[in-house]
Design a protein around this ligand. Structure first.
Ligand SMILES: Nc1nc2c(c(=O)[nH]1)N[C@H]1C(S)=C(S)[C@@H](COP(=O)(O)O)O[C@H]1N2
Ligand SMILES: [Mo]
Length: 225
């Protein structure tokens, strides 16, 4: 074989297998969305397991039939959007099975969520280089803030279903955020607006003594000052 037959760095011909594997990567096939933590570290320090699903909020549970719900994504993005329920339903769908860790010390394993992956949302709106933080605004007046990198976690999603059924009103339906690797107060219920900003802006609990980031494995429950 001469060098001309097989030049260094030439792209090998596409086979059925390489094409299939490429498609899997595009579809994120086989990804469960579950974080690969050793089982011994699955329960963060100071947490205990529950089987039920407690309800925690400010006491206002907005009544949002889907036709009254919409979501704005704006701030430092190339393509701001306003999605009605119908428009939201046309976005690519993702399923993730993740654990909940609430700062009030309960954790709940293996919650099956369906919704729109934050990664797919980011690809659509294209945050600018200046965007470094995300502020979530909810229909009950609640806000919470996240670093963009945490919002973009591979298993984070805008969930409309839990265990195969529509998210109930008390748990933030029709659409809530789920960011499994942070304490659950970061997972805004009754999502109304996602705002991309350059500087961190504290949300409801963050101005009331809770941690800016809230990593359960580091027990980032409260702010130091
Ligand atoms: N809009 C909104 N989202 C919210 C809250 C809230 O009061 N309003 N509470 C947060 C807190 S402190 C927790 S622990 C979880 C509770 O979600 P759950 O009621 O579905 O368990 O929602 C978070 N998201
Ligand atoms: Mo909470």
């Amino acid at each position: 074989m001469t060098e001309a037959d097989d030049p260094a760095g030439a792209v090998p011909p596409a086979t059925k297998l390489t094409l299939t594997k490429q498609k899997w990567a595009e579809q994120h096939k086989f990804l469960t969305g579950r974080a690969a933590r050793p089982e011994t570290e699955r329960l963060p320090p100071g947490q205990h397991l529950v089987k039920d699903w407690p309800v925690l909020d400010l006491g206002i549970q907005p009544n949002l039939p889907p036709f009254r719900w919409s979501l704005d994504v704006d701030g430092l993005v190339a393509r701001p959007v306003h999605w009605t329920w119908d428009a939201f339903g046309t976005l690519p769908q993702t399923r993730a099975v993740t654990d909940i860790h609430c700062v009030t010390t309960w954790s709940r394993y293996d919650n099956t969520w369906d919704g729109v992956a934050t990664r797919d949302l980011l690809a659509l709106v294209e945050p600018t280089d200046a965007a470094r933080f995300v502020v979530l605004h909810s229909f009950d007046g609640y806000t919470t803030n996240l670093p963009l990198a945490d919002f973009a976690a591979p298993d984070a999603l805008l969930a409309h279903s839990w265990e195969g059924a529509p998210l109930t009103r008390e748990h933030g339906g029709p659409v809530r955020l789920v960011v499994p690797h942070l304490y659950f107060w970061k997972s805004a219920k009754w999502l109304k607006r996602i705002e991309f900003v350059a500087e961190d802006a504290l949300g409801f609990w963050e101005v009331r003594g809770y941690h800016e980031r809230g990593d359960p494995w580091k027990e980032e429950r409260y702010s130091d000052d």
